[in-house]
Ligand binder design. Sequence first.
Ligand code: 26M
Length: 817
Amino acid sequence: LALAPVTGPASSVDGFVRQFLRNLNYERGVPLSASSVNDRYFALAMTVRDYLMARWLEDLRRQRETKPKGVCYLSAEYLLGRQLDNNLLASGLGEIATEAMAQCGIDIDEMRAQEVEPGLGNGGLGRLAACFIDSLATMSVPNVGYGIRYEYGIFRQTFVDGQQVEQPDAWLTLGSPWEFPHPEGARKVAFGGHTETYDDGGVTRSRWVPGWHVQAVPYNYMVPGYLNGRVNTLRLWSAVATDAFDLRIFNSGDYEEAVRAQTFAENISKVLYPEDSTPQGKELRLQQQYFFVAASISDFLATTLGDDDIATLPDRVIFQLNDTHPVIAVPELMRVLVDERHLEWDAAWEITKQCFAYTCHTLLPEALEVWSVDLLGRLLPRHLEIIYRINDDFLDEVRERFGDDEMRIRNMSIISEFPERSVRMAYLATVAGSKVNGVAELHSQLLRDKVLPDFNEFFPGKFTNVTNGITPRRFVRLANPGLSELITEAIGTGWLTDLERLRELESYAENPDFRAAFGEVKAANKRRLNEVLFERDGFEVSDGHMLDVMVKRLHEYKRQMLKVLHIVTQYESITSGRVEAADIQPRTFIFGAKAAPGYAMAKRIIHLVNAVGSVVNADPRVEGRLKVLFPPNYNVTLAERVIPAADLSEQISLAGKEASGTGNMKFALNGALTIGTDDGANVEIRELVGDDNFFLFGMSEPQVEDLWAAGYKPADFYQADDNLRRAMDLIASGAFSDGDKSVFEPIVSNLLYDDRFMVLADYSSYIAAQARVDAAYADTDAWTRSAILNVARCGFFSSDRSMRDYIDRIWHTPPML
Ligand code: 26M
């Protein structure tokens, strides 16, 4: 079969222009002279697509031919960010495209701005999935990312009177040039109904008699490797009503019912749930999970395993479970193997165990997913039976090893009895998975010791760590072109795919010219940030300020409140005359954070940040010294501007609560210094960059445990620290709410009398660390030296390294040559 030439139609400026115009005319149906920005954006994207297409088809062909073992990454979320620049970079077409657009009299930046980012994730977990598939493509590892094509991604955040208001994220309104729908590849997904046994030629078997179905329609997205001619696939499923469904209703002549059924089916992929830590046990969420997982397994078996012996499945695939969200895949594969392929239970279980591995992303008990048996039994009755059988067999093994230790049995059972009978998805994943990993050293250790100690004892060698990483292509090369150029000038090319080579920058930290150039890049990045903040939010940013940044989901454990207390302390100490404004380091504080719509305390904290900002920014007594900016709708696109401009990275979670963090890595690799607790991957960042280049504060995880055990009384800390008392009192006085004391009272009393995340206990240590930050920033040269060392020493945090760890220790999937 003849393939398009590997160079593609667009690899010269002339060729690019021709292909662009062809796409504009024949795909968009408009002449250049009458084209809209969106038309031109589409035509440009399609031209990049055309170039990548030959490689994509070639990769798919080779994979069909050589049948390598591949990774199926199962994730309910992929927080991709904009695609145009990423794909231009990966294809090496950036300069050609810019030149070609110029020849057409088009400003390519205008088209960049036209792209609506696909926000199909909440935060760290979804962005991690996006970084991982980028790395796998770049490392030539065969991979399909499976997920859900939500019609509405993470909500768009606006502020009304300082309070969060959510708007639907209609990212598909103008269409997406990056997706390839394949309705012919739709898979039928069943739900509901009941189970029964039947006689199959003398063998008694179980089967599922579903109550209803939906169609899962795949949309493919290209995942190009960086300049390596590889393209992997991201396959996202969209729900539509089945023909059968429609027909039955059409025949009954009930039009309204037909429309209702259609809507019901299509609801499944309608919207991303915006919670990122507290699962609500909502039925639609379970429908989403089973929907994408069942479609993905069925798809893999049909398109990739084909007619090959089902027993070879473990040689062909590993399904990586991104948190518990896709764990229903375990009983689904068992169902397929036992009920549909008629394997013996034990043989099926041996295969299943080899085909899954599980990544845990949390330690918060409330974030561990459980599904009520009642709900599961209604929606997936056969899966519930299978889960019971897995649990029975497992607990038999536990009894065999440990005797009738009922306490242990109850603790290890996949089925929990309280407060209602339910399935613990993390336990199911742990029992089924060939490996279980945490996402940073500390987190993995706590997982073994605190969350799943019985399982760690029972399955020696099953638990492992893979520290998270980030893709340097998007978060260094694309987000920080200035720094990238500087690095390449110093150490040559190659570092973008071998990030440990940044070590070669260490000696440049001692070079005054390099430091000056590095400082100039940071200053230019601040100007770049100011431009977008002015354009999108009308913010005016002061020159010469330290940029102190805290961007991440709003959650009490992340402790945005600690940051607020620091700001209020500085503000209070100046306005009360105890500190001269001239004596503090001028700072601009930037927040970015979305709160889950149902998380009242988080929303109140957002309100408080905005309220403090309004007062501080309007007070002439701190003018030019303190500024608080909270641009709404923090997303990947904004992150790409904010992070490269930052001087100080706030990573201030209570020790033991942030599993890893990945923003922390992005900041360090862009030359911000971290003020942080000994939590998640902060621990590893500090080990690598060295104590002198990291502002550590707060209790360690064991100290947190001790304080809890001793009986934590936050009010004692309030009483003992004058600054803390003044800051809390100022908030409580109504100073940030027009005198209305009630507005922020719930925050204040929560801190005083509950304070689950020990904000008050770490306050004094935090303030002291911030004083060290102020002093350090005053010595610009020393600060820049530290910043360079942060970049030089954080190559470890490339997601390429994370992928290598998964490959070597969990997946055993060699790259394709
Ligand atoms: C669950 C049920 C219903 C709706 C949503 C969820 C849900 C969605 C996302 C629960 C958790 C979700 O994500 C958790 C998360 O993002 N964890 C973060 O994972 C990162 C990558 O490993 C880590 O760096 C962060 O520390 C960790 O908080």
